[in-house]
Design a protein around this ligand. Structure first.
Ligand code: NAD
Length: 280
């Protein structure tokens, strides 16, 4: 059994590859969204930190982002509510003038065996994980289309990153609502990418594997749970939120200009199906 990696990631001297860009990250007061918001700010973007709970943490994240010499703004909105999403975009356009990067990250789980799953559990997951991404993408695209390319800022007219999951392709017993919402995100992302590519609007997904955040705490917080999780991760370490932030900075930047309509799996090889590593 290989020794687990040291999971302290190096802190890269990040070039300002997003200088002058305006970004919105949903669900940014914890976990992956928090790391992505900080990563985009470190790369030079002004950032709206969307949160639905935990205002104090959102404000701390704003301070951290401002320490990079860029602007940041915390905004409370439930991404599943049309009026709240529209109010958030209005506040962003009032404060920053426009939007260049949307990271539609907010998501949740309401787990249950299929025969015990309530309609409320189903609807809550779909409303946040799928409808929330649609509502935010729609408002971003309105602004991308109105404004077009800002030649001095980016070669694209806008970038959308949808936070998906390895469960857009790996079935997940006991989590059918969550897996269905992420499978749907893939088609939403690809259909938007196809529709918007002629306008130089790029749309991609990131599909995290197991990342150390509050959403999956039981899967990593005890040594026994962590060891079991590693059966699913050929790279033999859990992912850190910063692993996802680095992928998001890349996809949002002009380094990824020819990438649209695709999913970047950031999963330590989880989708290499390690259950088959001895011939199946
Ligand atoms: P998390 O629970 O720390 O973050 C989810 C965030 O979404 C929270 O800040 C929460 O407040 C916010 N949120 C929930 N409902 C909202 C709403 N209605 N409006 C606005 N914000 C809302 O967990 P995380 O792991 O950071 O999850 C972030 C995203 O990454 C989710 O879409 C999740 O499905 C995805 N993901 C996570 C993992 C993982 O292993 N952690 C793996 C695959 C995919």
């Amino acid at each position: 059994m290989p020794t687990p990696h040291n999971t302290t990631l190096p802190s890269y001297a990040c070039p300002q590859i997003l200088a002058g860009q305006k970004a919105l990250v949903t669900g940014a007061s914890s976990g992956i969204g928090k790391a992505v918001a900080i990563g985009l700010g470190r790369a030079g973007a002004d950032v709206v930190v969307n949160y639905v709970s935990n205002e104090e943490t959102a404000r701390e994240i704003v301070s951290q982002i401002e320490s990079f010499g860029v602007k940041a703004l915390a905004f409370k909105a439930d991404v599943s509510k049309e009026a709240e999403v529209q109010a958030m975009f209005k506040a962003m356009l009032d404060a920053f003038g426009t939007i260049d990067i949307l990271v539609a990250n907010a998501g949740l789980q309401r787990d249950a065996p299929i025969d015990a799953m309530t309609l409320e559990q189903w609807n809550t997951v779909m409303a946040v994980n799928l409808t929330g991404q649609f509502l935010c993408a729609r408002e971003a695209v309105k602004e991308f289309k109105r404004r077009g390319v800002r030649e001095d800022i980016s070669v694209a007219a806008g970038k959308i990153i949808c936070m998906s999951s390895v469960h857009q392709i790996i079935p997940w017993a006991g989590h059918a609502n969550y897996a269905a919402s992420k499978g749907a995100i893939n088609m939403l992302m690809q259909s938007m990418a196809q529709e918007l590519a002629p306008l130089r609007i790029r749309v991609n997904s990131i599909a995290p594997g197991a990342i150390r955040t509050p959403i999956n705490r039981p899967a990593w917080e005890t040594p026994e749970a962590y060891a079991k999780l590693m059966d699913l991760v050929p790279y033999n370490r859990i992912g850190e939120p910063e692993d996802i932030a680095q992928a998001a900075v890349f996809l949002a930047s002009d380094m990824a200009d020819y990438i649209t309509g695709t999913t970047l799996f950031v999963d330590g090889g989880m989708t290499c199906y390690p259950g088959f590593d001895e011939g199946g």
